[in-house]
Design a protein around this ligand. Structure first.
Ligand SMILES: *[C@@H]1O[C@H](CO)[C@@H](O)[C@H](O)[C@H]1NC(C)=O
Ligand SMILES: [Cu+2]
Length: 250
């Protein structure tokens, strides 16, 4: 009974806000689960590579929290207790539950190496991420493109909420945290209107080369409410987008 009520409440929240989280991760032919906010009603909760977040409303991290630990891997996050096994150079497909079409903005991927003990009990504040990939406006966007069609989020929705991340082919084998994030900018005309949806996933990378990730930083240093890529009006025929956060690694 309790489970049923709680699950129904969560479903209602999902329907009302229709935001998303990464539900599935596919890598080298194996499907893994992300952290589903509904796992809070399961005892024991499934052990998954996706990081726990206190996110029952499937919401976002606001600019007021951009310098707080919540921006690292979403609200009150804790490490995932499993890994996605993936070969260096492989594609990982991240499938979100859903995504609202109005929530245009960049889709960004970061990687941080975990210490010798792996990622499952890492202190998130110690993780140093580099930006590995970012996409925002479609290359075809012009000043007359409808704002809903100008962003890669439109392709992501058309592709059933799937996004591909390619593990660098020469990345040294080991354990990493993938920080995959969509920043929704439909409210970005207002200074605290941007919405960050970070999702963290533990990876165990095999094969690979000798390239180590160096020079990363904590996500608490990445963004400010006033960044031109955060405080931005997306309704005005944009042809260029100033990405927030660090430069893409190498
Ligand atoms: C990996 O994804 C990229 C970008 O989506 C694509 O160009 C490439 O063909 C994919 N590689 C494989 C092996 O599927
Ligand atoms: Cu929203």
């Amino acid at each position: 009974m309790l489970f049923t009520l709680a699950a129904a409440a969560l479903l209602a929240a999902k329907g009302a806000s229709a935001h998303g989280f990464v539900q599935y991760i596919d890598a080298d032919g194996v499907r893994y689960r992300g952290y589903d906010p509904g796992f809070r009603f399961q005892n024991p909760a499934p052990s998954v590579p996706g990081w726990y977040a206190d996110n029952p409303d499937i919401g976002f991290v606001p600019p007021q929290s951009f310098q707080d630990a919540d921006i690292i891997c979403h609200k009150s996050s804790r490490p995932g207790q499993d890994y996605v096994n993936v070969r260096a150079g492989s594609n990982i497909t991240l499938t979100w539950l859903t995504w609202p079409e109005s929530h245009v903005g960049p889709i960004i991927d970061y990687l941080a190496p975990c210490p010798a003990g792996g990622c499952t009990d890492v202190n998130k504040e110690d993780l140093k991420f580099v930006k590995v990939a970012q996409q925002g406006l479609k290359p075809t966007a012009t000043s007359s493109t409808d704002w809903l069609k100008a962003w890669v989020v439109d392709d992501f929705i058309a592709n059933d909420f799937k996004w591909t991340f390619t593990v660098p082919y020469d990345l040294k084998a080991g354990e990493y945290v993938l920080r995959h994030e969509i920043v929704a900018l439909h409210g970005g005309w207002d200074v605290n209107g941007a919405q960050a949806y970070p999702q963290c996933i533990n990876l165990r990378v095999t094969g690979g080369g000798n390239t180590e990730i160096k020079g990363g930083a904590s996500p608490t240093t990445f963004y400010n409410a006033e960044d031109p890529g955060m405080h931005i009006n997306v309704y005005g025929g944009l042809t260029e987008y100033p990405f927030p956060g660090p430069e893409v690694w190498r």
